[in-house]
Design a protein around this ligand. Structure first.
Ligand SMILES: O=P(O)(O)O[C@H]1O[C@H](CO)[C@@H](O)[C@H]1O
Ligand SMILES: [Mn+2]
Ligand SMILES: [Mn+2]
Length: 408
C-alpha cells in the first residue's frame, strides 16, 4: 500500500522561530515549557499524571532531538530514546499569520503570504458599520462583548446577560476571526448558525479568515460549557492544495475532525467529525484500517489547542500529550509497508505564555512508516515541505511550494 497520513497535534510548537519577535513571541516554546513544568513537579494532577513528561513513542520518532535542534536544548526531564525510528525535523512557517488555516494550508502546499484582516485590540473591536449591519440583518436587540477575549472567560462573564437580553456575544483574538458565542437553547443553535452565515458575508469585506459559531449550554456562569457544535466558516484556500490535487486525481481524501472546516470543505472525499482527541484517534485508527491505496488521511487533534493551549492549562496539555503518545503504537501497527505518516503541528500555543493566543513557533515534523530511514531532516524552511513530500510519495505532480524531504 502507498498511503499517507498527516496527524496534526494542533498547537504543539517546539520553540520560537526567528521571526517570533514580530509576534511578541520570542522565547515561546510549547513543548519545552510543558516539559519544564512537568520536570519541576508543577504539572501534577491529583489522581492523574505526575512528574516528568513521559512521551516514549514520540521520543522514539525523534521529538526530543528535533526540539533540541529547534530550541538549542533538550526539554527538561525528557529522556533520550535508546533507538530512533523516525525521520525528524522542525519547520518554520512562511505564512504571515500564526493561525490554524494558514498552518494547515501551508502544510498542504499553500503558504498564505498575504495579510489577513485583524480587529484591533480595543473595545469595541469591531467597526460600528459591521455590528450595525449584523444587528439589522439578524434582527438582534444588540450585541455583547465586542472585544478581544478568551472564549471560555467571556461566556462566564456575559453568558447570563446574553440569556436575559437575547444579545449574542461577539469577540475576536489575535487570529483573523469573528467569533459568536450564543446559548444552544435560549438563543438557538440554528439561529446562531444563520447569524454566522450572515456575519461571514459581512466580514468578507474586511478580509477576515473565519467566522466561528461557539454554542454553549448551562444556566449560569458556573455551569456554562461550550459544546461540540462549534462551526467554522472559513475562507477557501487561495489556490489548489494537496487535497484538491489528490481529489482531482481520483484519490480518497479522508478529513477527520476540523480538517474539512479548515479547508472550507474543499478537496476531501470524506469528512468525519469526532468530539475530543480520544474519539479523533479512534476514527483515525479506523481510517488506517480501511483507507484504500493512494489515499490521504488527514486528522486534526484539536484538544491540545482549544482545551489546554488557549486555556493556559499546562497540566492538562501534558496529560493530553501523554494520552496521545500512549495511543501511537496502535496506529503504527496499522501502517502497511508503503505507508508514510507525518506528525506535525500548525502553530504553537505555549500554555505558559501571557494572554491566551497562539505563539509563533517551529512545528515538529516526524515522518515514520515501514520504509522511512531514521535520521535528522534538520530545519525546514516551510511547512509546505510536508505537502511536497506527500505529493511525491503518493505519485502526483509536484506542488508549487515546498521541498521533498525524503527525496532519494
Ligand atoms: O478562546 P477561544 O474562543 O477558544 O478562541 C480560540 O479559538 C479561535 C480559533 O482557533 C481563536 O480565535 C482562539 O483565540
Ligand atoms: Mn490550530
Ligand atoms: Mn487555536
Amino acid at each position: 500500500m502507498t498511503r499517507a497520513f498527516i496527524l496534526v497535534m494542533d498547537s504543539f510548537g517546539v520553540g520560537a522561530t526567528e521571526d517570533a519577535p514580530k509576534f511578541g513571541d520570542q522565547g515561546a516554546n510549547t513543548f519545552g515549557h510543558i516539559a519544564q513544568a512537568c520536570a519541576e513537579g508543577k504539572a501534577d494532577i491529583p489522581n492523574g499524571r505526575h512528574g516528568p513528561l513521559q512521551l516514549p513513542n514520540l521520543a522514539r520518532l525523534g521529538l526530543g532531538l528535533t526540539a533540541e535542534e529547534s530550541a538549542g536544548a533538550t526539554p527538561a526531564g525528557f529522556l533520550p530514546p535508546d533507538k530512533i525510528t523516525g525521520a525528524y525535523g522542525h519547520a518554520a512557517e512562511r505564512s504571515f499569520g500564526k493561525d490554524t488555516p494558514s498552518g494547515h494550508w501551508e502544510m498542504a502546499g499553500v503558504p498564505v503570504e498575504y495579510d489577513w484582516g485583524f480587529f484591533p485590540k480595543e473595545t469595541p473591536c469591531f467597526p460600528v458599520e459591521l455590528t450595525d449591519a449584523l444587528i439589522a440583518r439578524c434582527d438582534l436587540p444588540g450585541v455583547l462583548g465586542n472585544c478581544h477575549a478568551s472564549g471560555t472567560e467571556i461566556i462566564a462573564q456575559l453568558g447570563e446577560e446574553h440569556i436575559r437580553s437575547g444579545k449574542p456575544i461577539v469577540y475576536t483574538s489575535a487570529d483573523s476571526v469573528f467569533q459568536v458565542a450564543a446559548h444552544e437553547t435560549h438563543f438557538g443553535l440554528e439561529r446562531l448558525y444563520e447569524l454566522c452565515r450572515i456575519a461571514k458575508e459581512l466580514v468578507d469585506g474586511y478580509n477576515i479568515g473565519r467566522v466561528i459559531a461557539r454554542p454553549f449550554i448551562g444556566e449560569d456562569a458556573a455551569s456554562f460549557q461550550r459544546t461540540g457544535n462549534r462551526k467554522d466558516l472559513t475562507t477557501p484556500p487561495p489556490s489548489p492544495t494537496l487535497l484538491d490535487r489528490l481529489k482531482d486525481d481520483g484519490r480518497e481524501v479522508i478529513a477527520i475532525g476540523k480538517i474539512s472546516d479548515i479547508f472550507a470543505h474543499r478537496g476531501m472525499t470524506q469528512s468525519i467529525k469526532a468530539n475530543g482527541n480520544d474519539a479523533l484517534f479512534e476514527v483515525t485508527l479506523e481510517a488506517a484500517k480501511t483507507a484504500p491505496e493512494g489515499a490521504l488521511v488527514f486528522t486534526n487533534f484539536v484538544d491540545f489547542d482549544t482545551l489546554f493551549g488557549h486555556r493556559r492549562d499546562v497540566a492538562g496539555y501534558a496529560a493530553a500529550l501523554e494520552a496521545f503518545d500512549r495511543q501511537l503504537p496502535q496506529f503504527e501497527a496499522l501502517l502497511q509497508p508503503g505507508d508514510l505518516a507525518i506528525i506535525t503541528a500548525d502553530h504553537g500555543c505555549d500554555p505558559t505564555w501571557p494572554g491566551s493566543d497562539h505563539t509563533r513557533e517551529h512545528v515538529p515534523v516526524l515522518a515514520f512508516g515501514p520504509k522511512v530511514t531514521p535520521g535528522s531532516l534538520g530545519r525546514r524552511d516551510s511547512f509546505a515541505d510536508i505537502g511536497q513530500t506527500l505529493a511525491r510519495h503518493l505519485g502526483i505532480a509536484p506542488l508549487d511550494h515546498g521541498k521533498d524531504f525524503l527525496a532519494a
